[in-house]
Design a protein around this ligand. Structure first.
Ligand SMILES: [Zn+2]
Length: 226
């Protein structure tokens, strides 16, 4: 371990056993840059590497924002598909980027099997796409960005954005616009920014500011391409 890391006790939402995982001390984090899709760069250590908790007992992988609700039927399904083949690997300690990528893929599979909300799954795919950006693997970056975009689209359609644990509507709309723009889907990007402007009264002022600024920066690009 090093000065940036600490151990944290976690409770597995699937098998209910406790285990230790490694986290970055938030007091040690210094932001150096941020991309327009919110991918953030930190000095010395990357907290994204440690966001996913992997239960060594059953193989369930989840982020700290996991909703924790798993119905019995899905729990059994996970045990059948994953836990029955799980060899008790432990992802505690220092992780490199490839191990981090592996944990996100496991978290995506875990969330799919147990029926996590689309917005949560979209967030995992987006973070995984950022790890591939850091690794300079453009193809995988775009593959997971595309998947994330589809899931945010589903979330917009089916989820409620007023709850305590839900995403902010403006953030979802911004990401749908921004990610489509990054994917070269200019028409879709323009549609999502327009939906955000139409729903401005339901979006908080600071997010609306981010949406307006970004639209100013990219609208000429988009208009030229359409
Ligand atoms: Zn477990």
């Amino acid at each position: 371990m090093n000065e940036y890391l600490m151990e944290k006790r976690m409770l597995c939402p699937l098998c209910q056993k406790s285990f230790n995982t490694t986290k970055v001390k938030t007091t040690k984090l210094r932001i150096i840059d941020r991309d327009t899709d919110f991918c953030t760069y930190y000095e010395d250590i990357n907290p994204y590497f440690y966001e996913i908790n992997v239960c060594p007992e059953c193989g369930f992988a989840f982020s700290d924002t996991h909703t924790g609700d798993i119905i019995d039927e899905k729990r059994e399904r996970f045990k059948q598909i994953i836990s029955s083949k799980w060899t008790g690997r432990d992802f505690g300690g220092i992780r490199d980027i490839d191990q981090a990528i592996e944990t996100y893929k496991m978290a995506i599979t875990s969330s799919e099997i147990t029926g996590e909300k689309s917005s949560k799954l979209a967030g995992l795919c987006l973070r995984l796409s950022w790890l591939f950006r850091i690794k300079e693997d453009r193809e995988e970056e775009l593959r997971f960005m595309r998947w994330s975009t589809e899931l945010y689209g589903k979330a917009y359609q089916w989820e409620d954005f007023d709850g305590k644990d839900s995403m902010e509507l403006g953030t979802v709309l911004y990401l749908l616009g921004e990610l489509n723009y990054r994917l070269g889907e200019y028409k879709k990007a323009s549609t999502w920014f327009n939906i955000a402007f139409t729903n401005a009264s339901d979006i908080n002022a600071s997010t609306m500011g981010i949406i307006r600024d970004r639209w100013q920066d990219i609208k000429e690009d988009i208009k030229k391409a359409l």
